[in-house]
Design a protein around this ligand. Structure first.
Ligand SMILES: Cc1ncc(COP(=O)(O)O)c(C=O)c1O
Length: 414
Protein backbone atom coordinates (compact mmCIF):
# COMPACT_ATOMS: atom_id res chain seq x y z
CA UNK A 1 0.00 0.00 0.00
CA UNK A 2 1.40 3.37 -1.06
CA UNK A 3 0.90 6.74 0.51
CA UNK A 4 0.70 9.99 -1.46
CA UNK A 5 3.79 11.45 -3.05
CA UNK A 6 5.08 14.00 -0.54
CA UNK A 7 6.45 16.20 -3.30
CA UNK A 8 3.01 16.94 -4.78
CA UNK A 9 2.92 20.73 -5.05
CA UNK A 10 -0.27 21.68 -6.84
CA UNK A 11 -2.87 19.94 -4.67
CA UNK A 12 -5.30 22.20 -2.88
CA UNK A 13 -3.81 22.88 0.58
CA UNK A 14 -6.84 21.73 2.58
CA UNK A 15 -7.12 18.44 0.66
CA UNK A 16 -3.40 17.93 1.13
CA UNK A 17 -3.81 18.28 4.90
CA UNK A 18 -6.65 15.72 5.04
CA UNK A 19 -4.61 13.29 2.93
CA UNK A 20 -1.28 13.61 4.65
CA UNK A 21 -2.17 14.67 8.17
CA UNK A 22 0.52 17.29 7.43
CA UNK A 23 3.16 14.61 7.66
CA UNK A 24 2.96 13.98 11.41
CA UNK A 25 -0.77 13.59 12.07
CA UNK A 26 -3.15 10.71 11.38
CA UNK A 27 -4.82 11.59 8.05
CA UNK A 28 -8.57 11.55 7.46
CA UNK A 29 -8.18 10.15 3.94
CA UNK A 30 -5.49 8.19 2.19
CA UNK A 31 -5.15 7.09 -1.43
CA UNK A 32 -4.92 3.33 -1.87
CA UNK A 33 -2.92 2.27 -4.94
CA UNK A 34 -1.50 -1.27 -4.93
CA UNK A 35 1.99 -1.69 -6.33
CA UNK A 36 0.66 -4.57 -8.49
CA UNK A 37 -1.22 -2.10 -10.71
CA UNK A 38 2.01 -1.03 -12.40
CA UNK A 39 2.39 -4.01 -14.74
CA UNK A 40 -1.17 -4.08 -16.21
CA UNK A 41 -1.06 -0.29 -16.39
CA UNK A 42 2.20 -0.37 -18.34
CA UNK A 43 0.73 -2.96 -20.68
CA UNK A 44 -2.38 -1.00 -21.49
CA UNK A 45 -0.54 2.30 -21.83
CA UNK A 46 1.80 0.78 -24.41
CA UNK A 47 -0.85 -1.35 -26.12
CA UNK A 48 -1.76 1.29 -28.69
CA UNK A 49 -5.37 1.33 -27.44
CA UNK A 50 -6.22 3.49 -24.42
CA UNK A 51 -9.81 4.52 -25.13
CA UNK A 52 -12.99 2.71 -24.08
CA UNK A 53 -12.46 -0.91 -25.00
CA UNK A 54 -12.18 -4.46 -23.67
CA UNK A 55 -10.88 -3.46 -20.21
CA UNK A 56 -13.90 -1.24 -19.62
CA UNK A 57 -16.17 -4.13 -20.62
CA UNK A 58 -14.30 -6.48 -18.31
CA UNK A 59 -14.46 -3.95 -15.45
CA UNK A 60 -18.24 -3.64 -15.91
CA UNK A 61 -18.56 -7.44 -15.92
CA UNK A 62 -16.57 -7.72 -12.69
CA UNK A 63 -18.50 -4.89 -11.01
CA UNK A 64 -21.84 -6.63 -11.61
CA UNK A 65 -21.63 -9.01 -8.61
CA UNK A 66 -20.68 -6.12 -6.29
CA UNK A 67 -24.05 -4.55 -7.10
CA UNK A 68 -25.97 -7.78 -7.65
CA UNK A 69 -26.92 -6.14 -10.95
CA UNK A 70 -25.41 -6.53 -14.42
CA UNK A 71 -26.77 -3.27 -15.82
CA UNK A 72 -23.53 -1.40 -15.12
CA UNK A 73 -22.10 1.54 -17.06
CA UNK A 74 -18.51 2.51 -16.22
CA UNK A 75 -18.09 6.28 -16.48
CA UNK A 76 -15.43 8.92 -16.02
CA UNK A 77 -16.70 10.09 -12.61
CA UNK A 78 -19.57 9.97 -10.13
CA UNK A 79 -20.87 13.42 -11.10
CA UNK A 80 -21.30 12.16 -14.68
CA UNK A 81 -23.20 9.14 -13.31
CA UNK A 82 -25.59 11.48 -11.50
CA UNK A 83 -26.17 13.64 -14.55
CA UNK A 84 -26.71 10.61 -16.77
CA UNK A 85 -29.19 9.17 -14.27
CA UNK A 86 -31.13 12.45 -14.28
CA UNK A 87 -31.17 12.42 -18.07
CA UNK A 88 -32.41 8.81 -18.17
CA UNK A 89 -35.10 9.80 -15.67
CA UNK A 90 -36.10 12.43 -18.28
CA UNK A 91 -35.49 15.31 -15.89
CA UNK A 92 -35.44 18.54 -17.86
CA UNK A 93 -36.18 22.25 -17.91
CA UNK A 94 -38.89 23.28 -15.45
CA UNK A 95 -39.05 19.94 -13.63
CA UNK A 96 -38.41 19.50 -9.92
CA UNK A 97 -36.11 17.06 -8.15
CA UNK A 98 -36.47 16.47 -4.42
CA UNK A 99 -33.00 16.24 -2.93
CA UNK A 100 -30.93 16.56 0.20
CA UNK A 101 -28.78 19.53 1.13
CA UNK A 102 -26.45 17.45 3.29
CA UNK A 103 -24.01 16.17 0.70
CA UNK A 104 -21.22 17.02 -1.70
CA UNK A 105 -22.31 19.78 -4.08
CA UNK A 106 -21.70 17.25 -6.88
CA UNK A 107 -25.03 15.63 -5.95
CA UNK A 108 -27.03 18.74 -6.73
CA UNK A 109 -25.11 20.63 -9.40
CA UNK A 110 -26.17 18.14 -12.11
CA UNK A 111 -29.82 18.93 -11.29
CA UNK A 112 -29.16 22.56 -12.19
CA UNK A 113 -27.26 21.40 -15.28
CA UNK A 114 -30.44 19.65 -16.46
CA UNK A 115 -32.39 22.92 -16.09
CA UNK A 116 -34.48 21.58 -13.22
CA UNK A 117 -35.27 23.11 -9.84
CA UNK A 118 -34.43 21.60 -6.46
CA UNK A 119 -36.88 21.04 -3.63
CA UNK A 120 -34.95 20.35 -0.45
CA UNK A 121 -36.28 17.66 1.82
CA UNK A 122 -35.11 17.55 5.41
CA UNK A 123 -32.85 14.87 6.86
CA UNK A 124 -32.81 12.63 9.89
CA UNK A 125 -30.31 14.46 12.14
CA UNK A 126 -29.10 11.13 13.55
CA UNK A 127 -28.10 9.59 10.19
CA UNK A 128 -27.58 12.54 7.84
CA UNK A 129 -29.94 10.85 5.36
CA UNK A 130 -33.04 12.25 3.67
CA UNK A 131 -36.28 11.93 5.64
CA UNK A 132 -38.77 10.01 3.49
CA UNK A 133 -41.75 11.51 5.35
CA UNK A 134 -40.63 14.99 4.36
CA UNK A 135 -40.07 13.77 0.79
CA UNK A 136 -43.64 12.44 0.60
CA UNK A 137 -45.02 15.83 1.63
CA UNK A 138 -43.04 17.72 -1.02
CA UNK A 139 -44.12 15.87 -4.16
CA UNK A 140 -45.83 18.17 -6.70
CA UNK A 141 -47.02 17.58 -10.28
CA UNK A 142 -43.61 18.92 -11.38
CA UNK A 143 -41.59 16.32 -9.41
CA UNK A 144 -39.70 14.02 -11.77
CA UNK A 145 -37.24 12.34 -9.43
CA UNK A 146 -36.06 11.90 -5.86
CA UNK A 147 -32.34 12.09 -5.17
CA UNK A 148 -31.09 10.45 -1.98
CA UNK A 149 -27.55 10.23 -0.59
CA UNK A 150 -26.26 7.45 1.65
CA UNK A 151 -24.33 9.71 4.00
CA UNK A 152 -20.99 8.15 5.02
CA UNK A 153 -22.13 4.89 3.38
CA UNK A 154 -25.18 4.26 5.59
CA UNK A 155 -28.14 3.38 3.32
CA UNK A 156 -31.27 5.55 3.23
CA UNK A 157 -34.77 4.15 3.85
CA UNK A 158 -34.96 2.63 0.39
CA UNK A 159 -38.21 0.68 0.75
CA UNK A 160 -40.09 3.80 1.77
CA UNK A 161 -38.43 6.01 -0.86
CA UNK A 162 -39.07 3.46 -3.61
CA UNK A 163 -42.71 3.16 -2.53
CA UNK A 164 -43.14 6.96 -2.80
CA UNK A 165 -41.47 6.97 -6.23
CA UNK A 166 -43.68 4.10 -7.46
CA UNK A 167 -46.85 5.73 -6.14
CA UNK A 168 -46.14 8.91 -8.13
CA UNK A 169 -44.59 7.30 -11.21
CA UNK A 170 -41.27 9.06 -10.69
CA UNK A 171 -37.69 7.79 -10.40
CA UNK A 172 -35.49 7.26 -7.37
CA UNK A 173 -31.82 8.08 -7.93
CA UNK A 174 -29.39 6.94 -5.26
CA UNK A 175 -26.22 8.96 -4.91
CA UNK A 176 -24.20 6.00 -3.66
CA UNK A 177 -20.84 7.76 -4.01
CA UNK A 178 -20.07 7.01 -0.32
CA UNK A 179 -21.63 3.56 -0.38
CA UNK A 180 -19.77 1.08 -2.58
CA UNK A 181 -20.60 -2.30 -1.07
CA UNK A 182 -22.98 -1.08 1.67
CA UNK A 183 -26.05 -3.31 1.98
CA UNK A 184 -29.75 -2.78 2.57
CA UNK A 185 -31.97 -5.67 3.67
CA UNK A 186 -29.18 -8.11 2.84
CA UNK A 187 -28.59 -6.92 -0.71
CA UNK A 188 -25.89 -4.57 -1.99
CA UNK A 189 -26.54 -0.96 -2.88
CA UNK A 190 -27.01 -0.96 -6.63
CA UNK A 191 -29.75 -3.59 -6.59
CA UNK A 192 -32.67 -1.65 -5.12
CA UNK A 193 -33.74 1.37 -7.16
CA UNK A 194 -34.06 2.78 -10.68
CA UNK A 195 -30.56 4.22 -10.56
CA UNK A 196 -27.53 4.08 -8.25
CA UNK A 197 -24.47 6.26 -8.87
CA UNK A 198 -20.99 5.42 -7.62
CA UNK A 199 -17.74 7.37 -7.47
CA UNK A 200 -14.26 5.87 -7.88
CA UNK A 201 -12.58 9.20 -7.19
CA UNK A 202 -9.12 9.33 -5.60
CA UNK A 203 -9.99 8.97 -1.92
CA UNK A 204 -12.87 6.53 -2.14
CA UNK A 205 -12.48 2.96 -0.84
CA UNK A 206 -12.46 1.89 -4.46
CA UNK A 207 -10.56 4.25 -6.76
CA UNK A 208 -9.70 4.34 -10.44
CA UNK A 209 -7.99 7.75 -9.88
CA UNK A 210 -11.19 9.30 -11.22
CA UNK A 211 -14.13 7.21 -12.32
CA UNK A 212 -17.67 6.24 -11.59
CA UNK A 213 -20.46 3.85 -12.40
CA UNK A 214 -24.16 4.12 -13.09
CA UNK A 215 -26.17 1.04 -12.23
CA UNK A 216 -29.68 0.83 -13.70
CA UNK A 217 -32.62 -1.31 -12.71
CA UNK A 218 -33.86 -1.65 -16.30
CA UNK A 219 -31.89 -3.05 -19.21
CA UNK A 220 -33.53 -0.46 -21.49
CA UNK A 221 -32.21 2.45 -19.37
CA UNK A 222 -28.78 0.85 -19.34
CA UNK A 223 -28.73 0.51 -23.14
CA UNK A 224 -29.90 4.10 -23.62
CA UNK A 225 -27.27 5.22 -21.13
CA UNK A 226 -24.60 3.30 -23.04
CA UNK A 227 -25.36 5.43 -26.09
CA UNK A 228 -25.64 8.71 -24.19
CA UNK A 229 -22.34 8.25 -22.38
CA UNK A 230 -20.56 8.60 -25.74
CA UNK A 231 -22.25 11.32 -27.80
CA UNK A 232 -25.33 9.16 -28.47
CA UNK A 233 -23.33 6.89 -30.78
CA UNK A 234 -23.38 3.10 -30.70
CA UNK A 235 -19.69 2.18 -30.50
CA UNK A 236 -20.48 -1.39 -31.55
CA UNK A 237 -22.39 -0.63 -34.75
CA UNK A 238 -20.68 -1.77 -37.94
CA UNK A 239 -19.23 1.32 -39.56
CA UNK A 240 -16.75 1.57 -42.36
CA UNK A 241 -15.39 5.03 -41.60
CA UNK A 242 -14.97 5.76 -37.90
CA UNK A 243 -18.13 7.46 -36.60
CA UNK A 244 -18.94 9.37 -39.76
CA UNK A 245 -21.93 7.30 -40.94
CA UNK A 246 -23.83 6.91 -37.72
CA UNK A 247 -27.01 8.93 -37.29
CA UNK A 248 -27.20 10.42 -33.81
CA UNK A 249 -30.78 10.20 -32.60
CA UNK A 250 -30.45 12.09 -29.31
CA UNK A 251 -27.60 14.15 -27.96
CA UNK A 252 -25.23 12.58 -25.48
CA UNK A 253 -22.11 13.31 -23.43
CA UNK A 254 -18.49 12.28 -23.16
CA UNK A 255 -18.92 10.42 -19.90
CA UNK A 256 -17.36 7.02 -20.71
CA UNK A 257 -14.54 5.36 -18.80
CA UNK A 258 -11.32 4.49 -20.67
CA UNK A 259 -9.21 1.32 -20.64
CA UNK A 260 -6.44 2.94 -18.57
CA UNK A 261 -8.65 3.76 -15.60
CA UNK A 262 -10.54 0.48 -16.07
CA UNK A 263 -7.27 -1.44 -15.62
CA UNK A 264 -6.71 0.38 -12.34
CA UNK A 265 -10.26 -0.53 -11.33
CA UNK A 266 -9.74 -4.20 -12.21
CA UNK A 267 -6.66 -4.29 -10.01
CA UNK A 268 -8.42 -2.46 -7.16
CA UNK A 269 -11.23 -5.02 -7.16
CA UNK A 270 -8.69 -7.61 -5.98
CA UNK A 271 -8.11 -5.59 -2.80
CA UNK A 272 -11.28 -3.67 -2.10
CA UNK A 273 -12.94 -6.44 -0.08
CA UNK A 274 -10.07 -6.38 2.41
CA UNK A 275 -9.96 -2.57 2.42
CA UNK A 276 -13.64 -2.41 3.30
CA UNK A 277 -13.27 -5.04 6.04
CA UNK A 278 -10.77 -2.70 7.72
CA UNK A 279 -13.10 0.29 7.58
CA UNK A 280 -15.88 -1.81 9.09
CA UNK A 281 -13.68 -3.27 11.83
CA UNK A 282 -12.41 0.19 12.78
CA UNK A 283 -15.98 1.53 12.89
CA UNK A 284 -17.01 -1.36 15.15
CA UNK A 285 -14.25 -0.37 17.59
CA UNK A 286 -15.51 3.23 17.61
CA UNK A 287 -19.16 2.17 18.03
CA UNK A 288 -18.26 0.19 21.10
CA UNK A 289 -15.96 2.85 22.59
CA UNK A 290 -18.37 5.76 22.08
CA UNK A 291 -21.69 4.12 22.86
CA UNK A 292 -22.13 5.64 26.33
CA UNK A 293 -20.50 9.02 25.73
CA UNK A 294 -22.50 12.23 26.03
CA UNK A 295 -20.47 14.90 24.25
CA UNK A 296 -19.21 12.61 21.46
CA UNK A 297 -22.08 10.65 19.99
CA UNK A 298 -22.12 8.10 17.17
CA UNK A 299 -24.92 8.33 14.60
CA UNK A 300 -27.90 6.02 15.16
CA UNK A 301 -27.91 3.17 12.70
CA UNK A 302 -30.48 0.39 12.25
CA UNK A 303 -29.32 -3.18 11.94
CA UNK A 304 -31.38 -4.00 8.82
CA UNK A 305 -28.61 -2.40 6.71
CA UNK A 306 -24.82 -2.08 6.79
CA UNK A 307 -22.58 0.89 6.16
CA UNK A 308 -19.22 0.69 4.48
CA UNK A 309 -18.14 3.64 6.68
CA UNK A 310 -16.36 5.68 4.05
CA UNK A 311 -16.78 8.30 6.75
CA UNK A 312 -17.12 7.67 10.46
CA UNK A 313 -19.30 10.65 11.38
CA UNK A 314 -20.06 11.58 14.96
CA UNK A 315 -22.03 14.39 16.54
CA UNK A 316 -20.14 16.46 19.05
CA UNK A 317 -20.99 19.21 21.45
CA UNK A 318 -19.01 22.36 20.66
CA UNK A 319 -17.52 21.08 17.43
CA UNK A 320 -14.90 23.79 17.04
CA UNK A 321 -13.41 22.88 20.42
CA UNK A 322 -13.53 19.19 19.49
CA UNK A 323 -11.75 19.81 16.19
CA UNK A 324 -9.01 21.79 17.96
CA UNK A 325 -8.71 19.11 20.65
CA UNK A 326 -8.26 16.35 18.04
CA UNK A 327 -5.85 18.45 15.97
CA UNK A 328 -3.71 19.12 19.03
CA UNK A 329 -3.48 15.35 19.54
CA UNK A 330 -2.44 14.83 15.91
CA UNK A 331 -5.75 13.52 14.56
CA UNK A 332 -7.10 15.03 11.32
CA UNK A 333 -10.88 15.56 11.37
CA UNK A 334 -13.30 17.41 9.10
CA UNK A 335 -16.95 18.13 8.36
CA UNK A 336 -16.14 16.90 4.82
CA UNK A 337 -19.32 18.36 3.25
CA UNK A 338 -21.11 21.64 4.01
CA UNK A 339 -24.87 22.01 3.62
CA UNK A 340 -25.61 22.78 -0.04
CA UNK A 341 -28.67 24.99 0.39
CA UNK A 342 -26.55 27.87 1.68
CA UNK A 343 -24.65 28.21 -1.62
CA UNK A 344 -25.55 31.19 -3.78
CA UNK A 345 -26.17 28.92 -6.78
CA UNK A 346 -29.08 27.32 -4.88
CA UNK A 347 -30.52 30.58 -3.49
CA UNK A 348 -33.86 30.15 -5.30
CA UNK A 349 -34.65 26.95 -3.38
CA UNK A 350 -34.18 27.93 0.29
CA UNK A 351 -36.39 26.08 2.76
CA UNK A 352 -36.75 25.50 6.47
CA UNK A 353 -34.68 22.39 7.28
CA UNK A 354 -34.48 21.86 11.05
CA UNK A 355 -32.91 18.41 10.71
CA UNK A 356 -30.12 19.83 8.54
CA UNK A 357 -29.65 22.69 11.06
CA UNK A 358 -29.24 20.19 13.87
CA UNK A 359 -26.95 17.80 12.01
CA UNK A 360 -24.77 20.42 10.42
CA UNK A 361 -24.06 22.19 13.70
CA UNK A 362 -22.54 19.07 15.31
CA UNK A 363 -21.37 16.62 12.63
CA UNK A 364 -17.69 15.84 12.10
CA UNK A 365 -15.82 12.83 10.72
CA UNK A 366 -12.80 11.13 12.23
CA UNK A 367 -10.31 8.80 10.46
CA UNK A 368 -11.67 5.27 9.93
CA UNK A 369 -9.79 3.84 6.95
CA UNK A 370 -7.43 1.00 6.06
CA UNK A 371 -4.30 2.94 7.05
CA UNK A 372 -5.06 3.06 10.78
CA UNK A 373 -2.89 0.94 13.04
CA UNK A 374 -4.11 -0.48 16.30
CA UNK A 375 -2.08 2.22 18.04
CA UNK A 376 -3.76 4.94 15.93
CA UNK A 377 -7.21 3.61 16.81
CA UNK A 378 -6.46 3.49 20.51
CA UNK A 379 -5.05 7.01 20.36
CA UNK A 380 -8.11 8.38 18.51
CA UNK A 381 -10.49 6.67 20.95
CA UNK A 382 -8.60 7.88 24.01
CA UNK A 383 -8.46 11.43 22.66
CA UNK A 384 -12.22 11.49 21.95
CA UNK A 385 -13.04 9.94 25.33
CA UNK A 386 -10.87 12.55 27.01
CA UNK A 387 -12.84 15.28 25.20
CA UNK A 388 -16.08 13.71 26.36
CA UNK A 389 -14.85 13.60 29.96
CA UNK A 390 -13.98 17.31 29.85
CA UNK A 391 -17.00 18.59 27.98
CA UNK A 392 -19.86 16.20 28.65
CA UNK A 393 -22.99 18.26 29.36
CA UNK A 394 -24.41 18.25 32.86
CA UNK A 395 -27.64 16.26 33.36
CA UNK A 396 -29.87 19.38 33.40
CA UNK A 397 -28.50 20.55 30.03
CA UNK A 398 -29.19 17.17 28.41
CA UNK A 399 -32.80 17.28 29.67
CA UNK A 400 -33.28 20.83 28.42
CA UNK A 401 -32.07 20.12 24.87
CA UNK A 402 -33.48 16.62 24.34
CA UNK A 403 -35.56 16.16 21.20
CA UNK A 404 -35.46 19.82 20.20
CA UNK A 405 -33.95 20.99 16.91
CA UNK A 406 -31.93 24.13 17.18
CA UNK A 407 -33.49 26.66 14.82
CA UNK A 408 -30.90 28.65 12.92
CA UNK A 409 -31.10 30.24 9.47
CA UNK A 410 -29.46 28.40 6.56
CA UNK A 411 -25.79 29.23 6.38
CA UNK A 412 -22.58 27.59 5.32
CA UNK A 413 -21.06 25.35 7.94
CA UNK A 414 -17.87 27.35 7.62
C1 LIG B 1 -21.90 12.26 -2.16
C2 LIG B 1 -21.08 12.48 -3.38
N1 LIG B 1 -21.72 12.62 -4.56
C3 LIG B 1 -21.04 12.80 -5.70
C4 LIG B 1 -19.68 12.86 -5.72
C5 LIG B 1 -18.96 13.10 -7.02
O1 LIG B 1 -18.15 12.03 -7.39
P1 LIG B 1 -16.93 12.29 -8.40
O2 LIG B 1 -15.90 13.07 -7.67
O3 LIG B 1 -16.48 10.91 -8.77
O4 LIG B 1 -17.48 13.03 -9.57
C6 LIG B 1 -18.96 12.74 -4.53
C7 LIG B 1 -17.49 12.82 -4.53
O5 LIG B 1 -16.81 12.75 -3.59
C8 LIG B 1 -19.69 12.55 -3.32
O6 LIG B 1 -19.05 12.42 -2.15
Amino acid sequence: MQSVDKSTQSVDESVKKLLSGEGKNIPLFKVFIPESVMEPLRKVLLSGYIGEGPRVEEFERQLGPWFDNDNVLALNNGTAALQLALRLANVGYGDEVISTAMTCSATNEPILAMGAGIVWADIDPWTGNIDYKDVAGKITPKTKAIMCVHWAGYPCDLDELNAIAAEHGIKLIEDACHAFSSTYHGKPIGSHSDFACFSFQAIKEMTTVDGGALVCKSRADCERGRLLRWYGIDRKSKRKDLRCEADIVEYGYKFHMNDVTAVIGLEQLKYVGKTIEKYRANAARYNEAFKDLKAVRPLRYKDDRTSVYWLYTIRVKNRQKFMEHMKKAGVTVSQVHARNDAHTMFKDFRADLPGVDEFTSEQVSIPAGWWLTDKDLTHIINTAVEYDRRYRPRVQEIRKSSGKYEKTPARRAN
